[in-house]
Design a protein around this ligand. Sequence first.
Ligand code: ATP
Ligand code: MG
Length: 337
Amino acid sequence: MGKVLLTGDRPSGQLHLGHYVGSLKNRVALQNGGEYDCFVLIADVQALTDNFDDPQKVRDNVLEVALDYLAVGLDPTRTTIFIQSLVPALAELTVYYLNLVTLARLERNPTVKAEIKQKGFGVSIPAGFLCYPVSQAADITFCKATVVPVGVDQLPMIEQTREIVRSFNAIYGEVLVEPDALIPDDRVSQRLPGITGTDTKMSKSLGNGIYLADDADTLWEKVRAMYTDPGHLRVEDPGQVEGNVVFTYLDVFGTDRAFIAELREHYQRGGLGDMKVKKYLYEVLDAELAPIRARRAELASDPGAVYALLREGTEKANEVAAATLREVRAAMRIDYF
Ligand code: ATP
Ligand code: MG
């Protein structure tokens, strides 16, 4: 069995540092390693499950996400990048998989539960939203993905997919492949906090993100406004580094470990102001983001070329989906003629 990578993002906004450390870096590394057949989807169908009343936003962000992909190094000659809604086989697979999942199981999904609360759906949960993990199972299985690079919020989705695969194969015969999640090694990157505090995940929907497309001024404004230690009022006061987002980010993005350890000690001892640490974090982040930003700006000048790449990727995804669907239909005894 070949090694296949599948992952994706919702076009509900531009991509941020959480995506970068949580999934993008891993997928670019595996793409460049050359061992995997790579698929990356822009999940517009999924984005519509909670943005169905704002289709223009989803449409606009398809291009934004594609630009982010290309800017961080996803290479369309090595990775099939495609648009979910233009591969109708995914919707068909979803319908078949829905029979293999109970309502109670869908309602138990901890990530979906948290999102329902966060979005304030109350009891009026759109059925499509509750079922999106099943549609994700279709996304993952259509290309027989073996690995899915994601942040930890996605682990319940991978587990749901594995259950569907086991159930399908047990009833209809061995057609589908059980995928493994690939999460980052360090705990913070598995769920990068937003700039407003370590208890929230950086998320497009929460407006607490640093985006790959942010210009240098915006980056500085966001770093300047970052949550630190509310008790650290005067420079000479001892400061807390636990729960202090600036230090949390330095741990993830900084490379000069010795210097960061020194900063940490100095901050805890007292005598080091927030602004000095923030200036340093800004430099660290800007060094990482400036080349991405430059590539992105160049690509953004020709949206037609980006759409052409997406069209090609989508065609390839449809070919792969058609082959899997043939097997699925045969296994399910619905291949009449
Ligand atoms: P939305 O708020 O619309 O759900 P999002 O910011 O959660 O957007 P998604 O498109 O849902 O982004 O997630 C895409 C991928 O990025 C998933 O693999 C997810 O685990 C990962 N990811 C998203 N946010 C983070 C984060 N803060 N830290 C680590 N990984 C993340
Ligand atoms: Mg999300």
